[in-house]
Every structure is written in structure tokens, then in C-alpha cells.
Design a protein around this ligand. Structure first.
Ligand SMILES: Nc1ncnc2c1ncn2[C@@H]1O[C@H](COP(=O)(O)OP(=O)(O)OP(=O)(O)O)[C@@H](O)[C@H]1O
Ligand SMILES: [Mg+2]
Length: 274
């Protein structure tokens, strides 16, 4: 059983234009015999204003990395910064405020509130923060994601793909600096998937937001500026300016067991403009 790197001594905060950073990020679940080391002393820099994809086999720690970087989960060891603020050791209230103001998160499991309709789910983070949605932006997000005629429906009345689009709209509606998207196209048909990817690409190119996206799809990864490959809780490789073919080649070389599936591939969609 691997021991968590609890003795890891973090170095000074590296300077630079980073939206999020981690040093020695270690996350162990459980205790004793059943301990799972989900992240093993990961160092990562998420460059501001870029689109970073995260790939790796099931169980390699992708979701855990996103949750820890976003301050949604505590770390076992190591340090994490959101922008210039170190979040490891931050009090709950400060962390909640920071997350609310700066971060949008699209969960792998959607995390919609079952008793609220789609529109109420989309605007929930703003409502909690006591802010109002910019109506034009809200309309554009809802229209692009094809949700206009579903706004009054509760999650149970929506298909998996529609629920995913509601989760996407919720992460985008406040125009957060930093968007984490955990397999945002996993339940979408290829057209809806391309629209979501185009939206995320546009968030980076047109609005200067930072996107970190988990995907199993080389075609989706090709929309990003850089791909991080995870295996067994470690970053084992990275690829700059990826093409779908280069991602696929790298996956084969690393034998990470992720992708490739028939529904992915295809050229990267252009950024959503307009
Ligand atoms: N709450 C938890 N309790 C115990 N173990 C957990 C918990 N969450 C995750 N794990 C374990 O940590 C490891 C990493 O899980 P994680 O969800 O980060 O993987 P992933 O790369 O996102 O996988 P997938 O592609 O299937 O979503 C796995 O071995 C998983 O079983
Ligand atoms: Mg996951």
C-alpha cells in the first residue's frame, strides 16, 4: 500500500500568471488497509486565460484533482492556490466566498437540486451570492445550450444530456474567472458536445476565462491549449497545442486506457463567437 506523502515539505509559492496551482498535492481516501492514494504529490500550474484538458484512465484521480484545485475537497498534504490566494488552510467561510466569486464547477454527476427547475438551478450560485444574472448573457447561455424550452422543468423531467447542459449553464452564468468542467460532454450527442466545447473555447478566447476540463475524448481534448495526462494519481505527461491525432498517439504510448471512442474524433470546433 503506498503511503501518503504526509512528510512532503512544500516549497515557496511559485510566481506567475496562474489561475490555480498545486505543489505536492496529495489526497488519500480512507485509512489503514483500505487507503486509496488518489493523488500522489502532484505539482501543477493552471495558466490563466488558457484551456487545459485533463486525461487519464478511470480512477487515475482526475475528478479528485479538480475538486482539490477548486477547494471543494480537503487535501491530505501539499498546498493549493487559487490565483494568489493559498486555499489550503483557509477558513471555511473565506474559502466558500472565494469559490463563489471566482470558480464555476461542472460536476461529473451534475449535482443539480432536484426540487428546483432548470432556470432556478442555473441561477442558484448567483442567488446565493445575492447577485442577479446579466439577462443578455443568461439568454445567450440558455439559447446556445438549447435549454430555452426546458427552463421550467425539474432535473427528473430532463434527459441526462439536458441535465448536463443545465450544469454547464450554471457554471457559466456568473462568468467566473476559472471554470472546472468534469467530463462536460460525456452525456451529450456530438452536436451538443461541440456546442459545449465551443462555448468553453469562447469563454477562454473571448472572455479571458480559464478552463480546466476532464475528458476521455481526444477530439474534445484537441479543443484545449494543453493536455495533462494522469495515471495512478500522478501527472505523467503533457502535450501543448494538441491535435486529436497527437492526443490519441500519446494515449497509446502511455497506454492509459482512456478513450478513444468512435463518438469523439473530428476536428476541433472553432470558438463560439458572436
Ligand atoms: N470519496 C471517496 N472515497 C474513497 N475513495 C475515493 C473517493 N473518491 C474517489 N476515490 C478513489 O480515488 C481514486 C481516484 O478517483 P477519481 O474519482 O478522482 O478518478 P477519475 O480519474 O475521476 O475516474 P473517472 O474517469 O472514472 O471519473 C479512485 O481509486 C477512487 O476509487
Ligand atoms: Mg471522474
Amino acid at each position: 500500500m503506498p503511503a501518503p506523502a504526509a512528510e512532503h515539505v512544500p516549497g515557496p509559492a511559485p510566481a506567475g500568471p496562474f489561475a490555480a496551482r498545486a505543489r505536492g498535492l496529495t489526497k488519500a481516501y480512507g485509512a489503514g488497509e483500505t487507503t486509496v492514494l488518489a493523488l500522489d504529490a502532484v505539482d501543477v500550474d493552471i495558466v490563466r486565460g488558457r484551456f487545459t484538458a485533463v486525461m487519464g484512465p478511470s480512477g487515475s484521480g482526475k475528478s479528485t484533482l479538480m475538486h482539490c484545485l477548486a477547494g471543494l475537497d480537503t487535501v491530505s498534504a501539499g498546498r493549493v492556490w487559487l490565483g494568489e490566494t493559498e486555499i489550503t488552510g483557509l477558513k471555511d467561510r473565506e474559502l466558500t466566498r472565494l469559490r463563489r466569486d471566482r470558480v464555476g464547477f461542472m460536476f461529473q454527476s451534475f449535482n443539480l437540486v432536484p426540487t428546483l427547475n432548470a432556470l432556478e438551478n442555473i441561477t442558484l450560485p448567483l442567488d446565493i451570492a445575492g447577485r442577479r444574472a446579466d439577462p443578455r448573457w443568461l439568454d445567450r447561455v440558455v439559447g446556445t445550450l438549447g435549454l430555452r424550452d426546458r427552463l421550467g422543468h425539474r432535473p427528473a423531467q430532463l434527459s441526462g444530456g439536458q441535465q448536463q447542459r443545465v450544469a454547464c449553464a450554471r457554471a457559466l452564468v456568473s462568468r467566473p474567472e476559472l471554470i472546472f468542467a468534469d467530463e462536460p460532454t460525456g452525456n451529450l450527442d456530438s452536436r451538443a458536445g461541440r456546442e459545449v466545447l465551443g462555448f468553453l473555447r469562447g469563454a477562454v478566447d473571448d472572455l479571458g476565462q480559464t478552463v480546466v476540463m476532464v475528458t476521455h475524448d481526444p477530439g474534445a481534448a484537441a479543443c484545449s491549449d494543453a493536455v495533462l495526462f494522469l495515471a495512478d494519481g500522478r501527472i505523467v505527461d503533457r502535450l501543448e497545442r494538441p491535435t486529436a491525432r497527437a492526443v490519441l498517439d500519446r494515449m497509446k504510448r502511455l497506454d492509459t486506457g482512456c478513450g478513444p471512442s468512435g463518438e469523439c474524433g473530428g476536428p476541433a470546433p472553432g470558438p463560439e463567437r458572436g
